[in-house]
Design a protein around this ligand. Structure first.
Ligand SMILES: [Zn+2]
Ligand SMILES: [Zn+2]
Ligand SMILES: [Zn+2]
Ligand SMILES: [Zn+2]
Ligand SMILES: [Zn+2]
Ligand SMILES: [Zn+2]
Ligand SMILES: [Zn+2]
Ligand SMILES: [Zn+2]
Length: 362
């Protein structure tokens, strides 16, 4: 309790002293600024450097009172050009530093790691016609590299054998790779015979040597000059009148044929035709006075067989009346109408009326 009272006493004593001092300023200040001096800019007393703070004061423009204890901040270091201490590479960071020319203090900075710096492509393995190759790009600064496959190159074929295609056979070209020995055969299609327009057709007529064909026709190929089969033509057999013999009742015939286009001739026997008789001349018998007829018969001139028979009238016509004179016959001879003098009773065809007229004249 006593201690607390003592502390309060000290505070009171200090306040009294401060109050006295302020009263003194009032009392002894030239113009009597009191507590409100008119201060201007801080005036440097001790210059600051990059390592130490400086000191400044302010002076009242009214009463000239000086107030000290102003701190002037440190100056910036004066760094020169950065100096590289360790170069950055593609595998590690670098380091650079700046030194203050005044105090010698050093400031360091890290230089970031660089990317790889690749050179141009270098062939590491040459590709061949059988194996792939490889090429590489290397970093100039480290062991880093990029690889790339190179595809095989084409074979170096050299022609070793050649056969040209003909009209009938295909041709070929054989080649061998000079590097790996691989062979290659290229087939060239066979050509076909060539028959330009107007190519002559050659006919080989077979006549009697070929029972089916009249001729075999060929054309000569303009390329290979071979006669190439073109076409055939069947015979066209027709009756050969010169040698044809008809078969009869008593003899065989000859069926002779001749090709319309070539000289082929064929003959075949035609068997006997029993009813193919050869008619002879009619033979007449005696007149039968009872019915005014005669019998006519015809026989085959080859075999003698009687092959026809008929009766023919044989009237005795009166020269004037044209009526058969045989008793009981009365047949009138048929005469053309022009023979008679026409009358109004003409009946057409045969002039019966005219005949009656002659029989019974008026
Ligand atoms: Zn003042
Ligand atoms: Zn410095
Ligand atoms: Zn690198
Ligand atoms: Zn090859
Ligand atoms: Zn040909
Ligand atoms: Zn023929
Ligand atoms: Zn006969
Ligand atoms: Zn008669």
């Amino acid at each position: 309790m006593k201690r607390k009272i003592f502390l309060i006493c000290i505070i009171i004593a200090f306040a009294a002293t401060l109050s006295a001092a302020l009263s003194a300023c009032d009392l002894f200040g030239n113009k009597g600024c009191g507590s409100s001096h008119e201060f201007g800019e801080v005036i440097e007393i001790k210059a600051s450097t990059c390592t130490e703070e400086g000191e400044g004061k302010k002076v009242c423009s009214v009463c000239g009172y000086e107030k000290r204890g102003f701190v002037l901040p440190k100056k910036q270091h004066t760094f020169g050009e950065a100096e590289i201490e360790e170069e950055a590479t593609c595998v590690k960071k670098g380091k650079e530093s700046k030194t203050c020319s005044v105090c010698g203090v050093k400031e360091e900075r890290v230089i970031p790691q660089k990317s790889h710096e690749l050179g141009g492509w270098e062939i590491k393995v040459e590709p061949t016609c059988t194996d792939n190759g490889e090429r590489v790009k290397k970093c100039k600064f480290c062991d880093y590299e990029e690889r790339e496959k190179l595809g095989t190159i084409s074979h170096d074929y050299k022609e070793t054998e050649r056969k040209e295609a003909t009209c009938e056979e295909p041709g070929y070209v054989k080649r061998v790779c000079s590097v790996c020995g691989k062979t290659q055969t290229e087939i060239t299609e066979r050509l076909y015979h060539s028959f330009p327009e107007g190519t002559e057709i050659k006919y080989d007529y077979r006549d009697n040597s070929d029972e089916n064909y009249c001729y075999y026709a060929y054309r000569e190929c303009a390329r290979c000059h071979k006669d190439v089969f073109y076409k055939t033509q069947s015979h066209s057999m027709k009756k050969d009148a010169e040698f044809f013999v008809e078969a009869t009742c008593s003899s065989t015939g000859v069926d002779a044929k001749k090709c319309l286009y070539c000289n082929r001739r064929t003959t075949e026997t035609i068997p006997v035709v029993p009813y193919n008789h050869k008619r002879g001349a009619a033979v007449y018998g005696e007149r039968n006075a009872e019915n005014c007829t005669v019998q006519a018969t015809v026989s085959c001139t080859l075999c003698g067989e009687e092959i026809d028979s008929w009766y023919e009238p044989r009237h005795d016509y009166d020269a004037e009346t044209f009526v058969c004179t045989r008793e009981g016959c009365g047949n009138v001879k048929e005469m053309p109408s022009s023979y008679f003098t026409y009358s109004s009773t003409y009946l057409g065809g045969w002039a019966i009326k005219g005949i009656n007229d002659k029989k019974q004249p008026t």
